[in-house]
Design a protein around this ligand. Structure first.
Ligand SMILES: [Zn+2]
Ligand SMILES: [Zn+2]
Length: 138
C-alpha cells in the first residue's frame, strides 16, 4: 500500500511549485511555512521518494542535485548564469542508446542530456547590461 505522509505531500507540492528545486531550496520553502519540520525530515523524504520513483533526481554537473515532479525520461536546459533548470522541449531519443550499444560491448542503460545556455531572464539582463545608451543631457 502506498500511503503518503503529510511531509511527503508537502515535499511533492513544493517540488511541483518551484520547478526543479534543490533539496536546500525545498527545505527553505517548507521550513518557512512549517518551522517544526527539520532538514533531516525533508532530505529523508526526498531520498525515499526518489528511490520509490515518486520524484526524479536530476544531477547537474557542478551544482546541487535537483528534484523533478516529471518522472518520465526527459532532457534539461541549464542557465549558465543563474543555474535555473528547465525542461528541454525535445522528445526522448531512445534510439541513440542502440547506436552506443555497438561500441565495445558496452551496455547502455540510460542517458541524460543537458543543454547549457542562457535563460530568458538572464538574456534580457545581459541585453540591458550591454546596451550602450547614448548619454543624454549634460
Ligand atoms: Zn538565468
Ligand atoms: Zn524536468
Amino acid at each position: 500500500m502506498v500511503r503518503k505522509t503529510i511531509q511527503q505531500w508537502l515535499v511533492l507540492e513544493t517540488v511541483q511549485r518551484l520547478c526543479h528545486p534543490s533539496a536546500e531550496e525545498i527545505y527553505r520553502v517548507i521550513t518557512h511555512k512549517y518551522p517544526s519540520i527539520s532538514r533531516g525530515t525533508v532530505y529523508r523524504n526526498l531520498h525515499n521518494m526518489s528511490e520509490s520513483g515518486a520524484l526524479k533526481q536530476v544531477s547537474i554537473p557542478g551544482g546541487a542535485d535537483r528534484f523533478d515532479i516529471t518522472t518520465q525520461p526527459h532532457y534539461h536546459a541549464v542557465c549558465k548564469y543563474c543555474g535555473c533548470v528547465q525542461d528541454a522541449m525535445l522528445p526522448y531519443q531512445e534510439q541513440i542508446q542502440d547506436v552506443v550499444l555497438t561500441c565495445d560491448g558496452f551496455i547502455v542503460e540510460k542517458h541524460d542530456i543537458i543543454f547549457w545556455g542562457v535563460c530568458k531572464e538572464c538574456a534580457q539582463k545581459e541585453h540591458v547590461g550591454k546596451k550602450t545608451s547614448p548619454a543624454t543631457g549634460g
